[in-house]
Structure formats: structure tokens, C-alpha cells
Design a binder for this molecule. Structure first.
Ligand code: TYM
Length: 334
């Protein structure tokens, strides 16, 4: 029996991934890669929807791939590749855009948020069709599951709708994928603004824990995280968003339950708790950072690994695309 398929990806939109990407997605990827035939992409075409310096985008793409490997994704087991290396993504995206409703795409909350933030003139058509390209990523590989954080759920639901629509119009072609979201860690919040999602594109750096930051810098950010005046280490998302977010991070990185951490710090102040968390963060990220930097010191070898993996991805993707072209009635080249 062949293993079920898994697909997921991240945008190379910063020099480093942040702890939300790590806890919300990468840790699940690492755990699931044994049981699934997994495909993990660095979605550089998606990253073009933001302004980029070309040389920096290339560097961010390598850095993102290096962090996948450093965090435990094994390129000999899983297929870890760069989206633009497989042209079928852009090609299937066009076909899917012809069955996507204008209103349907306009209802995507990420598009609504971003277009509001950038203003009409700076909002590109690419940003609007972004979720269609994401659907193409997933459907090309006939993925059964898509492990993501909470903010990508609506995009995976659109992907399911498009797969079902295509299948009913042209005959069963695509696997309809399921989103897999780890409820307790689906949304990690900004350390300075603990009601806002931690994001690679946050306005201020102080609330974002970067995987590749110097460990001393990460420790300092934890010590300065916003809490409250109550002084007790207790999970309460409504009343104590800052402390609750730190508890979630602590529990995720140690594999412990939140009540056991609350017990450990009962009657002790936030200073002790933050010091404990800073140690956990440094112990987890230190080795990941070192492995990533070592991989980045040999870009030619990294590029070779990515090329070999792209060939594997392409073999699967071109098969699906050929089937789609046939079904919609495009004339085969003789
Ligand atoms: P991206 O690059 O914004 O984020 C990558 C992954 O990290 C998760 N994530 C979080 N999880 C918990 N808390 C947070 N604060 C947090 N911030 C980010 C995201 O949910 C995501 O799982 N559109 C996607 C990339 C993409 C994709 C795909 C994903 C393109 N094609 C196909 C899956 C399948 C994105 O922008 O993710």
C-alpha cells in the first residue's frame, strides 16, 4: 500500500521563519513525514505578491529551504523543493482561475486584510489570485492532507471547493484534500501585541521570535514579552492573552501539558517563568539555527538537493497537469 499524500508550503517572505511557522506548521510536518508521502515547497511565486529585491528573494528562498531541513525535514524522505522550479504550478493555476468565481476569491479574508492595508493601487491581481495558485500547489500532488496554521484554513477550503467543482464538471481528476490544523497551536500571537497573530511581516520586530536570531536576542524578547499585572502564571485566553500565549509556546516546545507548567510556576513571578521559557526557546532554536547556517554555508550543495527534489516533484505534477489539459479539451501537441 502506498502512503497517503501530504502537501504544505511556506513563503520565503523574510530572512528567517518565525516561531509561529515553526510551532503552527513545521513541527507537524516533521512528525507527519514518516507516515505520509510528503511534499514541502518554498512558495517563491506566492512571495512575488509582495515587493521584493530580486537578490534578496533568492537568498530568502535558500534560507527557507535550509530551515526546513534544519528543523528535521529530510530531503531523502520527503520531497522538499522550490515552487518555481516546477512550471506546472503556474499552468494549473490558470486553469483553476477559469472555474473560480470573482466573488468567491473576493471573500478570502487574507486578501481583504491585505488589500485594505496596501490600498487599491498597490493591490495586484496576483494578490487576488494568490489562493488559486495555492489550490494548484495542493491539487497537482493529489494531496490527502494539508497541515497548516489556522490562517490558511479558508484557502484550503477554497481548494476543496475547486477540486469538487472540477471533478463534477470534468470527471474525477483531483483528490479533495483535508486541512489538518493542530487546534492548540494553530495561532501563535505576537509577544508585544498578544491579540495579533505573530507574522513574518509584523511592523515591529520586538514581538517576533525568529528561528535564526541570535539566541541572546530571542531570550531578551521573551523576557520583554507583554504580560499583565496579576502576576500568576495561569492560562486564560480572554483575560491573560500574553501569559496564555507564552504558556502555549512553552507547552508546544517541551511537549508538556499546560497545567503541569502552571503548577511548576505556581507562586513564582513572571520573571522566573519567562526565564524558564527563554531557556526552552534557546535550547530548541540554538541547534536548528546552527544546522541552518551550516547548510547555508554551502549553497551549491543546497541547490543540488533542491534540484533533485524538484525533479521528483515535477514527475508527479506533470502527470496531473496532462490529465487536466486532456479533460478540459486542450488539443494535445502531436
Ligand atoms: P505562510 O508562509 O504565511 O506561513 C507558513 C505556515 O505557518 C503557519 N503560520 C502560523 N501558525 C501558527 N501561528 C502563527 N502565528 C503562524 N503564522 C504562520 C501558516 O498557517 C502556514 O501553515 N499561503 C501559505 C503558503 C502556501 C501553502 C500552499 C500552504 C502556499 N501554497 C499549499 C499549504 C499548502 C502562506 O502564506 O503561509
Amino acid at each position: 500500500m502506498s502512503k497517503p499524500r501530504l502537501y504544505s508550503g511556506m513563503q520565503p517572505s523574510a530572512d528567517s521563519l518565525q516561531i509561529g511557522n515553526y510551532i503552527g506548521a513545521l513541527m507537524q510536518w516533521r512528525d507527519l513525514q514518516e507516515a505520509y508521502d510528503a511534499f514541502f515547497s518554498v512558495v517563491d511565486l506566492h512571495a512575488l505578491t509582495q515587493p521584493n529585491d530580486p537578490a534578496e528573494l533568492r537568498e530568502k528562498t535558500r534560507r527557507t529551504a535550509a530551515q526546513y531541513i534544519a528543523a528535521g525535514i529530510e530531503p531523502s524522505k520527503s520531497t522538499l523543493y522550490v515552487q518555481s522550479h516546477v512550471p506546472a504550478h503556474a499552468e494549473l493555476s490558470w486553469i483553476l482561475s477559469t472555474i473560480t468565481g470573482f466573488g468567491e476569491a473576493g471573500r478570502m479574508t487574507q486578501f481583504k486584510d491585505k488589500s485594505q492595508r496596501y490600498g487599491a493601487d498597490a493591490t495586484s491581481v496576483g494578490l487576488f489570485t494568490y489562493p488559486v495558485l495555492m489550490a494548484a500547489d495542493i491539487l497537482l500532488y493529489q494531496a490527502d492532507i494539508v497541515p497548516v496554521g489556522d490562517d490558511q484554513k479558508q484557502h484550503v477550503e477554497l481548494t476543496r471547493d475547486l477540486a469538487e467543482r472540477f471533478n463534477s464538471r470534468y470527471g474525477t481528476t483531483f483528490t479533495v484534500p483535508m486541512p489538518v490544523i493542530q487546534q492548540d497551536t494553530a495561532r501563535i500571537y505576537d509577544l508585544q501585541n498578544p491579540t495579533a497573530k505573530m507574522s513574518k511581516s509584523a511592523e515591529s520586530d520586538a514581538g517576533v521570535l525568529w528561528l535564526l536570531d541570535d539566541p541572546a536576542v530571542s531570550a531578551k524578547k521573551v523576557m520583554r514579552a507583554v504580560t499583565d499585572s496579576e502576576g500568576s502564571v495561569r492560562y486564560d485566553r480572554e483575560e491573560k492573552p500574553g501569559v496564555s500565549n507564552l504558556l502555549v509556546i512553552y507547552a508546544a516546545l517541551t511537549g508538556r501539558q499546560i497545567p503541569s507548567i502552571e503548577d511548576e510556576y505556581a507562586g513564582r513571578g513572571y520573571g522566573d517563568f519567562k526565564k524558564g521559557l527563554a531557556e526552552v526557546v534557546v535550547a530548541e532554536f540554538g541547534p536548528v539555527r546552527e544546522r541552518a547556517l551550516a547548510l547555508l554555508s554551502d549553497p551549491a550543495e543546497l541547490d543540488r538537493v533542491l534540484a533533485a527534489n524538484a525533479a521528483r516533484a515535477e514527475a508527479v505534477a506533470t502527470r496531473t497537469l496532462a490529465d487536466v489539459y486532456d479533460r478540459v479539451g486542450l488539443l494535445r501537441r502531436a
